[in-house]
Design a protein. Sequence first.
Length: 221
Amino acid sequence: ASAPVAIALALGIALLVDTPIRGRAWYRAAVFLSYPLMPVAVGIIWRWLYDEKVGLINYMLILAGVVDRGIPFLDSPDWAMPAVIVAAIWQIVGFFMVILLAGLQSIPRELHEAAAIDGAGAGRRFGRITLPLLRPSIFLCLIIGIINSFTSFDLVYVMTRGGPSYATELLITYVYRAAFTLTRFDYAAALTVVLFLFLLALTWLANRAAGGEAGAVEAVE
């Protein structure tokens, strides 16, 4: 669930920092800073932000008069998964921005200039030129995002340990629980193989799709 949202957000940021605005190098660095952090560190940071009593998010909500008391984000089955997704997006969006920004900067400016001369507006140029040529980069981000969603053990374990009431249980955390809590090592090993094969197949299909789109764009050019 986090991958499409992170890609859309990263694309918006990449489009913004690709324009000649003052201090854009600082903006790029600020957005990217979250990615090099270890998932454990990210989990600890967001556990503090979400804390019901001393968390910054609850403090701001109470200060703004939105709520009367702190919301137990990580202890509520309704809030836990959205809270983890927000943390995952925050960590990965900077990396996606770099990939998409590289894709944007590889698009020949002459294509946009020619389209502008022909009367195409910014929206039309984005839909007809920018987005098609960015498809390989978007597919790459999608692959990374989906794989990250299935393998985000560190972040989930630090923030919620798969709870409450298994609300944030992922396949990888279930494998861990099956092996080290239920001591069903054979079952956990089988699940690991299934997960590996699924991710391998997903990567292969996405690479083929990205290659096909890239080939189609080259043919049009």
